[in-house]
Design a protein around this ligand. Structure first.
Ligand code: HOZ
Length: 427
C-alpha cells in the first residue's frame, strides 16, 4: 500500500501539533510505523489520504456502533446544523436525550450532559467528594477514565501504551488522594478500604476494562464492590463511557445486573460527536449546581448537534435485534480468529464481551493490568502492521479494545479472518 500522502501530512502535522496528533495513541508510536491520515469513512470502512480503504475495528474508539456515516445520523446532524450549531442555552433536545438515558439506565434518575468522557468522570468524582465530604478515591490499575489529574494515576490506554501510567504534571498532592487496587481482586479492594476507613468518597471502575485490552469482570467482582460500597457509604461510579449502549442497550450494568450510584457515559450517546454525561441517584445529583453546591459547567454542554446525533443513534439502537446482530458478528469473527490462531505457534488469547474484544499476544487469561503487561507487544506490532497492509484497521496498541459495528458484513469478517491468518503466520 502506498502511504505517501499520510507520510507527508504527518511531517507537516508535527510542525504545528505536538507529536503530530491530538491524542497520543493515534501517533502509532508503539506499533512501529507512521499513522495513516483519514479522509473519509462509510459503513464499516475508513479511507486514508492516499485513497486506501480499511475495514475498521476502531470505530472512532467506540462511538460508531452503527458504522460510519449512517444516513439517518448524517441527516439529523445536517438538519440541526441548519437551525444553529450552538446556543449556550437549554433546548428540548437535551431533555429528549436525558430521558432516553434515564430510561435505559434505571439507576440514572438525573443526568447532566458534558462534552467528553473525561469531563463526565472528572465531574462525577467531584460530585462524589462533595456528597460524601471525603477526599480519597479508589481506582483500578490499568483502568482509564480520561485525563483529569486525579485519574491519571496507574492509568491504562495511551498512558499504558507509552509506559507512563502516572503522568508528569499530576501534583503529588493530588495523586496522594488516589488509591489504586488490582482489577478483579476483591481482597485487595477490601484491604485498601479497611486501611482508609471512612475516608474514601468513591470507587470508580470500568465494568469491563477496555483500556488495557478487554478484561471482563470476574464473577462476583462487581457484586462484591457494590456490597462493599453499600457497607462503607462509598459512592460506586461505574464508568460506562466505553461499554454504555455498547455491550447492551443498558450497558454493562444491564449485562451483569450490578448498578452504580453514579454512571459516566460518552462515545455512543454522542453518535460520533463530542459528548459525555454523568448521572445517577437523585439524592446525589441534587448536590450539583445550581440545585446544590458542587460546581460544574460547560459552554458546549448539551450541544444541539451532539444531542441530535445521540438521539438518532439511540433510536436506531432500540430497534429489535440490534445487539443480537452485533453479538453474532463478533462471535463469528471470534470463531474464525481462534481457528486461525490454532494454525500457528504464536501464543494469543482472545477476550470478548459482546461487540468489544482484544487479542492479547500471550497465553492469557488476562484478568488484570499486570496480566495485560505480560503481552508480547513486539508481536502485536508486527500483527498490527501486517493487518493494516491487508486493509484492516485495528487500534494501534495492545492495550485498547476493538469494536464491532452493525455495518460489518460477513465478507468483511471473512476478509479480516483471512488477513489475520496471514499476519499470524508471518510473526
Ligand atoms: N484513549 C482513547 C481510547 N481509549 C484514545 C482516543 C483517541 O485517540 O481518539
Amino acid at each position: 500500500m502506498n502511504h505517501q500522502k499520510s507520510a507527508t501530512l504527518f511531517t507537516q502535522a508535527k510542525r504545528s501539533i505536538p507529536g503530530g496528533v491530538n491524542s497520543p495513541v493515534r501517533a502509532f508510536k508503539s506499533v512501529g510505523c507512521d499513522p495513516i491520515f483519514i479522509s473519509r469513512a462509510e459503513g464499516s470502512r475508513i479511507f486514508d489520504a492516499d485513497g486506501n480503504g480499511y475495514i475498521d475495528y476502531v470505530g472512532s474508539w467506540g462511538p460508531m456502533i452503527l458504522g460510519h456515516c449512517h444516513p439517518k445520523v448524517v441527516e439529523a446532524i445536517q438538519r440541526t446544523a441548519a437551525s444553529g450549531a450552538s446556543f449556550g442555552a437549554p433546548t428540548e433536545k437535551e431533555i429528549i436525550l436525558a430521558e432516553m438515558v434515564c430510561e435505559a439506565y434505571p439507576n440514572i434518575e438525573k443526568v447532566r450532559m458534558v462534552s467528553s468522557g473525561t469531563e463526565a468522570t472528572m465531574s462525577a468524582i467531584r460530585l462524589a467528594r462533595g456528597y460524601t465530604g471525603r477526599d480519597k478515591i479508589l481506582k483500578f490499575d490499568g483502568c482509564y477514565h480520561g485525563h483529569a489529574d486525579s485519574l491519571l494515576v496507574k492509568a491504562g490506554s495511551g498512558a499504558a501504551t507509552y509506559g507512563v501510567p502516572t503522568s508528569p504534571g499530576v501534583p503529588a498532592d493530588v495523586a496522594k488522594h488516589t488509591l489504586t487496587a488490582t482489577y478483579n481482586d476483591l481482597s485487595d479492594v477490601n484491604n485498601m478500604v479497611a486501611a482508609n476507613k471512612g475516608e474514601i468518597a468513591c470507587i470508580i471502575l470500568e465494568p469491563i476494562a477496555g483500556n488495557m485490552g478487554c478484561v471482563p469482570p470476574r464473577p462476583g467482582f462487581l457484586e462484591g464492590l457494590r456490597q462493599l460500597c453499600d457497607q462503607e457509604g462509598i459512592v460506586l461510579i461505574i464508568d460506562e463511557v466505553m461499554t454504555g449502549f455498547r455491550v447492551a442497550y443498558g450497558g454493562a450494568q444491564e449485562r451483569f445486573g450490578v448498578r452504580g450510584d453514579l454512571v459516566a457515559l460518552g462515545k455512543i450517546i454522542g453518535g460520533g460527536l463530542p459528548v459525555g454525561a454523568f448521572g445517577g441517584k437523585k439524592e446525589i445529583m441534587e448536590h450539583l449546581s445550581p440545585e446544590g453546591g458542587v460546581y460544574q459547567a460547560g459552554t458546549l454542554s448539551g450541544n444541539p448537534l451532539a444531542m441530535s446525533a445521540g438521539i438518532t443513534t439511540l433510536q436506531l439502537l432500540r430497534e429489535e435485534g440490534v445487539y443480537e446482530q452485533i453479538e453474532e458478528k463478533a462471535a463469528y469473527l471470534e470463531k474464525g480468529l481462534l481457528e486461525a490462531a490454532k494454525e500457528t505457534s504464536v501464543p494469543t488469547c482472545w477476550q470478548r464481551v459482546g461487540g468489544m474484544f482484544c487479542t492479547y499476544f500471550q497465553q492469557g487469561p488476562v484478568n488484570s493490568f499486570a496480566d495485560a503487561l505480560k503481552s508480547d507487544t513486539d508481536a502485536f506490532g508486527s500483527f498490527f502492521r501486517a493487518m493494516l497492509e491487508s486493509g484492516i484497521n485495528l487500534a494501534p496498541s495492545q492495550f485498547e479494545a476493538g469494536f464491532m459495528s452493525l455495518a460489518h458484513s460477513r465478507d468483511d469478517l471473512d476478509a479480516t479472518i483471512e488477513a489475520a491468518r496471514k499476519a499470524l503466520r508471518a510473526i
